[in-house]
Design a protein around this ligand. Structure first.
Ligand code: PMP
Length: 290
């Protein structure tokens, strides 16, 4: 039996019901987070909590029990017996249920808080082979920094890319690469990493942030600068980052082959450094406090 979390209670999925008046359902008026759990330990929970707090503040959704999330996530892992292997915990917080009108409910109603855990192993095959991604004009709004569940633009672009045989989207806005439909994008040219700076037109990925700090710790040059779409063919390597895939090499963007058409040397180094970081943190967690 699968156990999920809904509004303060752990219940079986079959008993998890939300109102048809929920604003997450009616308007996509809600935010979310996805955290990876490696053998019982959560990767950068602090980073995810900071981003969640920001998404809630920016959308003016109030969830007073936000500090309970790390424990809720841990309970979901335990109750579903996911303590071994890899899994993800998904959390969604909506503005709550109220008669449909654009204005926020007045007086405010409690948020709807839903979380579930799902087993999800890492796809090591695509780490070795790399993927092709499709360049698409970025049709999204100008608050991509909020981790909103209103993902219709991402979903439509992703599905088109998928139908065309691509594994992800490469959004291009005003001539510059922004990010993927559910990932951040990095490029390598002359041993230097490039990625779009934090702004309102990308999501500040937790994996992206960790890759940036790994680069700093390991003397890898990195510039937070957007890459023009017409420079893609001059890039030597490319990779994506996200919670579900970690560091995924990109070998083709549209019909442009990146570098030699295989995962690049620096990409593989970043992949290895990220893996080592995860493994070191998992070990530290298993050993407990010194
Ligand atoms: N950009 C978008 C649009 C995303 O949906 C995601 C995945 N949530 C990311 C970037 C990567 O973020 P993270 O590394 O925190 O998973």
């Amino acid at each position: 039996m699968e156990t999920v979390y809904l509004n303060g209670q752990f219940v079986s999925r079959d008993n998890a019901w939300i109102s048809p008046d929920d604003r997450g359902f009616l308007f996509g008026d809600s935010v979310y987070e996805v955290v990876r759990c490696y053998g019982g330990f959560f990767f950068d929970m602090e980073g995810h909590m900071t981003r969640l707090r920001r998404s809630l503040a920016e959308t003016r959704i109030t969830w007073n029990e936000i500090d309970t999330f790390p424990d809720v996530a841990g309970e979901l892992i335990t109750k579903n017996s996911f303590n071994d292997g890899c899994s993800l915990v998904y959390l969604q917080v909506t503005r709550g249920a109220a008669p449909r009108t654009h204005a926020f409910p007045d007086p405010p109603v409690p948020p709807t808080v839903y979380a579930f855990a799902r087993r999800q192993s890492l796809d090591t095959l695509i780490w070795e082979r790399g993927i092709s991604i499709e360049p698409v004009t970025d049709p999204r709004w100008s608050r991509c920094d909020i981790k909103s569940t209103a993902l219709l633009a991402n979903i439509l672009a992703y599905q088109t890319a998928h139908d065309n045989g691509f594994a992800e989207v490469c959004f291009i806005r005003d001539g510059f690469v922004t990010e993927g439909a559910h990932s951040n994008i990095f490029f390598v040219r002359n041993e230097t990493l490039y990625t779009h700076p934090e702004s309102n037109i990308i999501l500040s990925g937790i994996t992206r942030k960790n890759v940036i700090s790994l680069a700093a710790d390991n003397n890898i040059a990195l510039v937070e600068e957007a890459v023009p779409a017409d420079m893609i063919s001059y890039m030597h390597e490319s990779f994506l980052t996200n919670t579900s895939g970690e560091v995924v090499p990109v070998i083709k963007i549209g019909d442009i082959v990146i570098g030699e058409g295989v995962p690049g040397t620096l990409t593989k180094k970043v992949q290895r450094l990220f893996r080592e970081k995860v493994e070191a943190m998992a070990l530290q967690q298993a050993q407990g406090p010194a």
